[in-house]
Design a protein around this ligand. Sequence first.
Ligand SMILES: [Zn+2]
Ligand SMILES: [Zn+2]
Length: 344
Amino acid sequence: MQAYTYIEKGKFALLEKAKPTLIEPTDAIVKVTLGSICTSDLHIKHGSVPRAVPGITVGHEMVGIVEQVGSEVTAVKPGDRVTVNVETFCGECFFCKHGYVNNCTSLHGGWALGCRIDGGQTEYVRVPLAQQGLNHIPDGVSDEQALFVGDVLATGFWAARITEITEDDTVLIIGAGPTGICTLLCCMLKNPKHIIVCEQSAERRAFVKAHYPDVLLTTPKECTDFVMQHSDHGGADRVLEVAGGKDTFQLAWQCARPNAIVTIVALYDEPQLLPLPQMYGKNLTFKTGGVDGCDCEEILQLIKEGKIDTTPLITHRFPLERIAEAYEIFEQKRDGVIKVAITQ
Ligand SMILES: [Zn+2]
Ligand SMILES: [Zn+2]
């Protein structure tokens, strides 16, 4: 089978590999029917994920059909349509039992697929701890509708959940990339008074305006003033920082009102300054990133009920044999790309 492989820093290539087989009784083999490319794949390509293992098949956003299961996997069976979770987790350790699956202490715990072990930009993938990592796609939900459930949409859902949004709140979301838009969709479920999206790219602001006309839009430069004008208590009640830009962490806490919650979803390339003297007395609560992707069943149900629809994010489709072209467009943010679906 063809597998898009991390060769070395700066180089991915489509290689011929053997179809994976079950190794442990907790494994499943999934035939990938649709995949995608994530910004984290680019981080691997750029050499900024030290634990990524050269030679592995990349890709951790996918849906598929269960081909085979190990003897201890009872939640799914061959023929089932499933989403695959970006995180591998045991469901039994202290962290898993508290819903903090990102910090699972199992050997395979955390982000393994497409990083430490072979992932999903290929035809078949071995999923460890499949009892926890696979979720049934409900009847009537298409592969495209379910594509982002295990990764970017799980991230947006988790971010909106931990941010404790109420209907009186003005919510500021910084960044309208794929994760920012997924975060927006999940914040919309909470019906806050206002949602303001701050985004640098005019193309992405136009995308938000076209699809979500009730959302208020601003730019990083105008953000602080705009938020003050559109909030009741001198700043946003809730801030979600999804951009990870050079100055966006500072913007996030500066736009927050006293006693706000500021959730940092973004992954930064560099350390960020926490200027405690300047923020003293503002009494902010910070929550920091690392998705706990354990709400996939609930998310799939919301998709089935028509309450979340991420299909507009799929702006491009490419077959696996042309995945290099898909990477090029995604990496260079060409042609209005938000997300690319990789078909078989
Ligand atoms: Zn990802
Ligand atoms: Zn665990």
